[in-house]
Design a binder for this molecule. Sequence first.
Ligand SMILES: Nc1ncnc2c1ncn2[C@@H]1O[C@H](COP(=O)(O)OP(=O)(O)OP(=O)(O)O)[C@@H](O)[C@H]1O
Ligand SMILES: Cc1ncsc1CCO
Ligand SMILES: [Mg+2]
Length: 263
Amino acid sequence: MDINFEQNLINLRSQAPLVQNITNFVVMNFTANALLAAGASPVMAHAAEEVEDMVAIAGALVVNIGTLSPPWVAGMKLAMKRAAELNKPIVLDPVGAGATPYRNAVLNELLTIASPTIIRGNASEIMALAGTNIRTKGVDSTAVSLDSLEAATALSLKYGSVVSVSGATDLIVSGQKIAYVENGVPLMTRITGMGCSASAIAGAFVAIQSNPFEAAIFAAVMMGVCGEMAFQKTQLPGSFQIAFLDALAEITPQNLQVSSRVK
Ligand SMILES: Nc1ncnc2c1ncn2[C@@H]1O[C@H](COP(=O)(O)OP(=O)(O)OP(=O)(O)O)[C@@H](O)[C@H]1O
Ligand SMILES: Cc1ncsc1CCO
Ligand SMILES: [Mg+2]
């Protein structure tokens, strides 16, 4: 696929878009560091009292339901409504969709408020969201990304969203358009918050350019190539997490271009 990764990373770093995250307690720090390392500017804000004002100054909104509770859901709803009114891109990470009825109900509610620009999840989450009868194991996938193509396409058509499914091969679907991203290493699944970071990085790319299909592909490639770079330095999860952040900062636009494996 003929995509200019190089220019997009240059633009990300020169524009340093503000990305507003309503995300979970587990990954909040790692996600903020991943955004900073990549060149974006993160802010984590979830209070109903301020989310609308924060959305107004942000380049994109990322909503992640990882550790949801009613006050947070109230903030998510207000933020998504305001983002839609202001035409700001929204990335939704349906963490744990299909694990509990509460998560499923909240996701359905959020999706009636605004259609996300990008929905990014693992295969179980995407299949659960599309109504496939699947049980997510907590926050981890019980399915393979390529098996979710039908579900991802159905979701994409229903909400007009780009759907990005992570896994050994990342699947990015926009209506009938499909891209496959082959970058990444299995060790990425042994560190919490890699998927959440993938969603946040998608927020950073969609903030600086208007094609959400390409933004989702850039994010998947950036995550995968940086995972490969980190794996060259270390094969153990603790140090890998640090090496991954270093790679997000160290990677050059040319590096990203030549290492990308997209079909
Ligand atoms: N088997 C694999 N081989 C290579 N890369 C992988 C593999 N599985 C996942 N990845 C990569 O790891 C990153 C996270 O994907 P994953 O599917 O683990 O997300 P997730 O389940 O939402 O994670 P979390 O909820 O812990 O944040 C993505 O960039 C993806 O491409
Ligand atoms: C482990 C975990 N539990 C809820 S959210 C989260 C982070 C990864 O999705
Ligand atoms: Mg996840």
